[in-house]
Structure formats: structure tokens, C-alpha cells
Design a protein around this ligand. Sequence first.
Ligand code: DQA
Length: 147
Amino acid sequence: MPAVHVINGPNLNLLGAREPSVYGAATLDDIKARMAELCAARGVDLVFRQSNHEGDLVDWIQEAGRAGAPVILNAGAYTHTSIALHDAIKGAGATVIEVHLSNVHARESFRHHSFISPVARGVIAGFGAASYVLAFAALFDEEPRKI
Ligand code: DQA
């Protein structure tokens, strides 16, 4: 079984400090620790990354595609702007679950459109850090457990 790749986009390095009323109190390290636990329990490796740079995200999606690895992707604001990420997912043939901490559909209208959703296996939004846990559960078709 290839590693699970969790890819995080811009500003997600600030989780915990960034608008906690929107994004919650969990830091990216907290989320990483929870994903590591879930992967260890499943006996799969975890590749957990964050970048503020669009091209890094493209490279990592391509890498996951080459490895045949599933991706849990929170592309942050690039969700709403990036044709490059859309093309990367399509081109890499990677299985991608799109996640968001916040319910983007209950927020500003510019967050309602996603370039990721049409090429994602599914979308999970609005459950805070648990969105990642739910995505993991969806990948492995198991009963979710809150972070
Ligand atoms: C986000 C939602 C995006 O609209 C926003 O730009 C983010 C985080 C989320 O996880 O809720 O950076 O992807």
C-alpha cells in the first residue's frame, strides 16, 4: 500500500493562530500527529507536507500520482484560483480527497467555487481538523473518529 499523502496549501502553516473562530484551535502539527496515528494503526506510511507556493503543490501531486498514492488535499486559497492544481490532479491521475476545515459554502461567495472539486474523488468541508480524519476514513472506508 503506498503512503498516504496529505498536502496542505498556503497559510495552513498558521493554523491554531490564524482566525481560530473560523479554522479552530488545532495546529498543523496536531493534525499531522493525528494522521500519523491513523496511518500507524493501518500500517501505511504518511507523507505530510505544507507549502505556501503553488508549484510545490503541483510537484507533490505529480509525485503522489507517480507513486499511485492517495492524496488528502487542502489547497487553501488555491482551491478557488488554481487551474494548475486542477490540471496536476487530472494529469497525475491521483485519487484526491479535497478537504477544508471551514464550510467554504457558508462563507464569502469567492470561496464557493473550487477548481479541485471536479477532479476530486470527494469533498469534505466544515468539520475543522476532523475534516482530515473523515477524509482518511473515506479512503479506507472505516468508521470515523473525531480528532
Ligand atoms: C480553507 C478554505 C479556503 O477558502 C481558505 O483560503 C483557506 C483554508 C479551509 O481549510 O477551510 O486557506 O481551505
